[in-house]
Write a protein that binds this ligand. Structure first.
Ligand code: C5P
Length: 401
């Protein structure tokens, strides 16, 4: 299982004989699906070359803080923000002392100061150095700072001693890194989400649309990504930034949205339709601006029905686990149950749009998630929280492989 899919890990390597094991560690992290960047201290480069770690990580290796070229490529603050975890392995006694005292005198210590993500260190040193009171005081400080300690293990050491101070093996470290990420419930799954409104052209300058903000769909994209899924967001015109590590496909009309969805169905495990698709489109959209023609005071626009995207996806064979949304103003659950049957869905998320505190442009939502044999109400909460809960319910109801 790819327990680290979508995760970005900065592997810090400091000077110690166990540095040779960081090559293996990078491989194990990548095996679990992580994107890895290595940061080496000057001393680390005496034990293993940046070229080795570059080849294994598939990314440039970061070695210096005060280098204009390296900073231009990816500055230290940008790198600190990039990581979901900084894992320093091996961590020497000197490095541990420097972060315990808040130093920022090389790239790796500076990253640890700038990081908002968790930091884990895997100490590796001679057993007497490990036991030294100064080192033990520093280790205590690291724990108080919330830095995670991976190991050390006990056993025979490169110097011939036996005792605590050995770095844990690469597979153990990769597993412990994966354990730090709470949710892997959609690992390896491919999720496609439609979001926002569609725009249906009347002529080149006018259109029919609605007030959908796209917030619920974008929140679901983030939640599915955080649960380990590979996410594609097919979005109508909205004013929202693309969530990181989510592939976004911009579309305008319902027909464009259907085409983008159907292209992806064969490679999709879960399809979630949050888009507020326009039910109708003008039958004709001339390629010139329509002029006011007479003084009758009226204008007739002939509309034709748009395809139902989620129902069309649900008719494909094989089809993804298909989830729809239902905005209702009364008898919410009953109407949503009818919709689940009519559109042949696996799940529907119903919300009561007659309430003024939730819905289209709001940051919050409250919904009832319904599937053929059951339902669960999710009380008023942020759209991010509702999205996480919906993702958890989807994961529970997915057919077991
Ligand atoms: O039928 P109604 O529009 O109420 O259904 C809402 C659900 O169907 C939502 O999941 C919406 O994204 C989806 N839908 C669609 N294509 C349409 C209309 C609605 O995918 N043309």
């Amino acid at each position: 299982m790819l327990r680290l899919a979508n995760r970005r890990i900065i592997v810090g390597v400091t000077g110690g004989i166990a540095a040779y094991k960081s090559a293996e560690l990078i491989r194990r992290l990548k095996d679990q699906g992580a994107d890895v960047r290595a940061v080496m201290t000057a001393a680390a480069q005496e034990f293993i070359t940046p070229l080795t770690l570059q080849a294994l990580s598939g990314n440039p290796v970061h070695t210096t803080l005060l280098d204009t070229e390296a900073e231009a490529a990816m500055g230290h603050i940008e790198l600190a923000r990039w990581g979901d975890l900084i894992l320093v392995a091996p961590a020497s006694a000197d490095f541990i002392a420097r972060i315990a005292h808040g130093h920022g005198n090389d790239l790796l210590t500076t990253l640890c100061l700038a990081a908002r993500c968790p930091i884990a260190v895997a100490p590796a040193m001679n057993q007497a150095m490990w036991a030294a009171p100064a080192n033990q005081t520093n280790i205590q400080k690291l724990k108080e700072m919330g830095i995670k300690l991976f190991g050390p293990a006990e056993g025979s050491q490169a110097c011939g001693d036996v005792g605590p101070g050995r770095m844990l093996e690469a597979t153990q470290l990769a597993d412990m890194a994966a354990d730090l990420f709470p949710s892997n419930i959609l690992t390896g799954k491919r999720v496609v989400i439609t979001a926002g409104p569609t725009r249906e052209a009347i002529d080149p300058v006018r259109f029919i649309s609605n007030h959908s903000s796209g917030k619920m769909g974008f929140a679901l994209a983030e939640a599915a990504r955080d649960a380990g899924a590979q996410v594609t967001l097919i979005s109508g015109p909205v004013h929202l930034a693309t969530p990181e590590r989510v592939q976004r496909v911009d579309v305008v009309s319902a027909e464009d949205m259907l085409k983008a969805a159907l292209e992806r169905v064969p490679q999709t495990d879960i399809f979630i339709a949050t888009a507020a698709v326009a039910d109708f489109r003008p039958q004709q959209a001339p390629d010139h601006k329509i002029k006011k023609q007479d003084n009758s005071g009226t204008m007739t626009l002939t509309l034709v029905e748009n395809p139902d995207i989620v129902a069309t996806v649900a008719r494909q064979q094989p089809r993804p686990f298909t989830v729809g949304f239902a905005a209702e103003t009364r008898d919410v659950v009953n109407y949503a149950r009818q919709k689940i049957a009519r559109k042949n869905l696996d799940m529907i998320v119903a919300n009561d749009v007659s309430r003024s505190d939730i819905g289209f442009n709001s940051e919050q939502n409250a919904v009832t998630v319904i599937w053929p044999q059951g339902q669960q109400t999710l009380e008023l909460a942020s759209k991010s929280q509702i999205a996480r809960d919906i993702v958890a319910l989807i994961a529970q109801r997915l057919p077991k492989p």
